[in-house]
Design a protein around this ligand. Structure first.
Ligand code: PMP
Length: 282
């Protein structure tokens, strides 16, 4: 079945969907995005994603392409036309088309693009845990904004790919900030550690929800940065993202983490998150 994309008012076959050559998203990465999981026909934590999209837009002075109500209609329509129950929905808001020039156009009209692809929530392949490698964090100083300026993340992910790893954790000033497309966590003596929110990390929606789930279930979380050496001596490690939920990390830069198998705290958090997404029976 062919996939349907939305670009600025038009639903079309993904293979024919195009963006104008002078779109500022293409010319300058002058754009923000969101990735939302579709599970059993529902967009997971939709309101949290919408709120982050607004924070990202506001951080760049980027106008809204339409009202939130309009956006809900478009996203619902993309889901409907693609006839998927489980998928990953990508939406990008750019500062629109304008003759090339760095400064903002006088009256920008934001562009909206939306795609949806088939995807399996909680695939068995990730349950056994994944290896992670590390690299320098080469990114700019507003990593809290979810912008499409992702070249350092692309290079980090390629490094992981070449090392047969699932993810690459980035290191800045001696501490692990986050993964190329996920937040990073370790477990030590039953307490869970992750980088505090600041300009160096993206406030992951999965991270936000997991913090609430941990608090509600008496699992201690300390929002404190950790070093690469702390990963090697941690009891457990894991990563979180919209597209992979909670994934055990069983090796870091070639060394086993903990027992080299998913740990009990990670598995508990993974189960709590699974219940959050699909209900206890899911
Ligand atoms: N950090 C980065 C750099 C990311 O790209 C992502 C994925 N969007 C995350 C963290 C995790 O965020 P979320 O849980 O909202 O997917």
């Amino acid at each position: 079945m062919s996939r349907v994309a939305y670009v600025d008012g038009c639903y079309s076959d993904l293979r024919r969907a195009t963006v104008p050559i002078e779109d500022r998203g293409l010319q300058f990465a002058d754009s923000v995005y969101e990735v939302i999981a579709l599970v059993a026909g529902q967009l997971v934590d939709f309101d949290l994603h919408l709120a982050r999209l607004k924070r990202s837009r506001d951080g760049l002075g980027l106008p809204a392409p339409m009202t939130d109500a309009g956006l809900r209609v478009v996203l619902g329509e993309v889901v409907r036309r693609n006839r998927l129950r489980d998928g990953l929905l990508y939406l990008q808001v750019t500062r629109g088309q304008a003759p090339r020039g760095h400064a903002f156009p006088a009256a920008p009209r934001a562009s909206l693009m939306v795609t949806l692809r088939a995807w399996t929530p909680f695939p068995g392949s990730l349950a056994a845990g994944v290896p992670v490698v590390s690299t320098d964090d080469l990114r700019w100083r507003r990593c809290d904004l979810k912008t499409t300026g992702l070249l350092p993340n692309v290079l980090a992910k390629q490094r992981a790919h070449e090392a047969d790893a699932f993810e690459c954790w980035m290191v800045k000033a001696g501490v692990v900030t986050e993964g190329a497309s996920s937040n990073a966590w370790i477990v030590r003596d039953g307490s869970v550690h992750t980088h505090p929110l600041c300009d160096d990390v993206l406030g992951g929606i999965t991270r936000e929800v997991l913090l609430e789930l941990a608090a509600a279930n008496d699992i201690e979380v300390v929002e404190r940065a950790f070093r690469p050496a702390d990963v090697e001596t941690a009891d457990e490690a894991f990563l979180t993202s919209t597209s992979s939920f909670v994934v055990p990390v069983i090796a870091f830069d070639g060394s086993e983490v903990g027992t080299g198998a998913p740990g009990p705290v990670t598995c508990r958090l993974r189960d709590l998150y699974r219940n959050h997404v699909s209900g206890p029976a899911g």
